[in-house]
Design a protein around this ligand. Structure first.
Ligand SMILES: Nc1ncnc2c1ncn2[C@@H]1O[C@H](COP(=O)(O)OP(=O)(O)OP(=O)(O)O)[C@@H](O)[C@H]1O
Length: 476
């Protein structure tokens, strides 16, 4: 017989759960305080624990840690009130299997959750995650941090919580947002992605909230906004840090109340959209720099998922290569030397950059060879040495630029001296690489100066944010 322990100081909750679960044939043990739990712990061998997040003499998180240490196989569910949802998410990060909100909305759902957890436990979750990832063309890889991240994303997907995804450019924020949408109960409704950095203030507001006919010059007919289109679905707000202060205020209001107005319309409309926001910039730093609203960050950052950059999960590079080769439907493979070279490169553009490198190599190598050798890799990768000779987006000190320029000049003079056969295309690629790296260095330096505010950096450099993203090789 499966044993369930209930740790809650409210007698009504203990009695209700005890009655419900005994009826279902589970053996139930009750604890009314942290002290009670500690007394029981040495003898405890429960299959499932329901833990109140706040007890008068202990925190649910401490109890969870003790439980996971003493009885690792025990399934843990945190019981929380709305105001403590953030703590519940914290509990999931610490190993809780799920959380439920009190008062319980639906007893059926609670029963179904307990039955599912007790009868299918860990393996099916991993299985469900890998099935969904396959379906969406997501390569999960072997990095433990990524596995934790996807497990957490999968667990919270079914809750109506806003999510904030942080991660460097090209690291897979959009991919993760789609994964959450498809793992949620909203998957039959639209997933809409919108880039807050790519549109002017008025265009962004019209995209978000919609407009009435004649609301502004050029508004020839009425238009739905994405809050309306993604009703009951998911709205992915990419590059949220770049929304203007005025748009941030409107977003905050809609996120808080679920209400909005189309531009040029007085009527109040309602939306039930889950927000997933993403930023490559550190939003906490943006709040400190007064470029992002603290209250908006608080609303968005209910669950924060941080994607590690590719350079911190290089063990996955060979798997990504296979994944992308398969997508190109080719029999080509990478030589050991090419893989070695790819493993040394720091990948400032992350997975997008890697995908582009594979695409380029396949295009060049197809019909010429069966093996992609370093020859088919871009200069920046072939020339890269583990020392910081290539400018990365987060290292933009003058010395790094200087050493890159020195290396570039040396290589150009070598080509010029004709001691080897010259392929003019290679020379021109080398010139192009210089343009790219110098552009990137200026942009990175300016973004650092503006504390991550891309709009301010673009203004300072007298370019558009779209151009800035292009210079950072963020868009194909
Ligand atoms: N785990 C993954 N498996 C397969 N492909 C991936 C994975 N992660 C990212 N990619 C691919 O890498 C590219 C960039 O991913 P994505 O657009 O999600 O990055 P991003 O962090 O949202 O970028 P940006 O900061 O520019 O918005 C896409 O082509 C995507 O398909």
């Amino acid at each position: 017989m499966k044993e369930i322990v209930i740790i809650d100081d409210e007698p009504e909750i203990r009695h209700f759960l005890s009655y419900l679960l005994s009826q279902k044939g589970y053996r139930v043990t009750l604890c009314e305080s942290g002290q009670d739990f500690e007394r029981l712990l040495p003898e405890l061998d429960a299959d499932l624990a329901l833990i109140d997040v706040k007890l008068p003499d202990a925190s649910g998180l401490d109890i969870l840690k003790q439980l996971k240490q003493a009885v690792p196989h025990c399934i843990a569910i945190i019981m929380t009130g709305y105001s403590t949802v953030k703590t519940a998410v914290e509990a999931i990060k610490l190993g809780a299997n799920d959380y439920i909100e009190k008062p319980f909305d639906s007893i059926d759902e609670l029963e179904a959750l307990l039955d599912h957890l007790l009868n299918h436990h860990h393996a099916p979750y991993a299985h469900e995650i890998s099935l969904l990832a396959d379906e969406l063309g997501i390569m999960v890889g072997e990095c433990e941090d990524m596995h934790h991240l996807l497990t957490l994303a999968h667990k919270i997907a079914k809750k109506s919580l806003n999510v904030l995804i942080e991660g460097e450019t090209g690291s897979g924020k959009d991919v993760l947002a789609r994964f959450i949408h498809h793992a949620s109960h909203r998957s039959n409704y639209p997933f809409i992605a919108i880039n807050c950095g790519a549109l002017s203030v008025s265009l962004l507001e019209s995209e978000l909230f919609g407009h009435e006919k004649g609301a502004f010059t050029g508004a020839f007919k009425e238009r739905k906004g994405v809050f309306e289109i993604a009703d009951r679905g998911t709205l992915f707000l990419d590059e949220i840090a770049e929304a203007s202060p005025a748009t941030q205020v409107k977003l905050l209001r809609t996120i808080e109340t679920g209400e909005y107005r189309r531009i040029g319309d007085e009527a109040l409309r309602r939306t039930n959209t889950r927000i997933i926001a993403a930023s490559h910039a550190d939003l906490a730093a943006a709040v400190k720099a007064n470029t992002f609203r603290e209250d908006l960050l608080y609303r968005l950052d209910v669950v924060k998922l941080t994607i590690p950059p590719l350079r911190e999960r290089k063990q996955d590079i060979p798997l990504f290569l296979k994944h992308f080769l398969k997508q190109h439907n080719t029999s080509l493979s990478f030589s050991d030397e090419a893989i070695e070279q790819l493993m040394k490169y720091p990948w400032p553009g992350n997975i997008r950059e890697l995908a582009n490198v594979v695409k380029r190599a396949v295009t060049l190598a197809e019909d010429e060879t069966a093996m992609i050798t370093p020859h088919y890799l871009p200069e920046k990768i072939r020339l890269h040495s583990p020392e910081p000779s290539v400018i990365s987006t987060d290292k933009c000190e003058g010395s790094v630029l200087e050493s890159y320029l020195e290396e570039w000049t040396e290589e150009m003079l070598r080509l010029w001296d004709h001691d080897c056969e010259v392929n003019l295309e290679d020379v021109l690629l080398h010139v192009k690489a210089l343009e790219v790296e110098v552009g990137k260095a200026f942009v990175s330096k300016t973004i650092n100066e503006t504390m991550g505010n891309r709009k301010a950096a673009a203004d300072k450099l007298k370019i558009s944010t779209r151009q800035l993203r292009y210079l950072l090789s963020e868009k194909n």
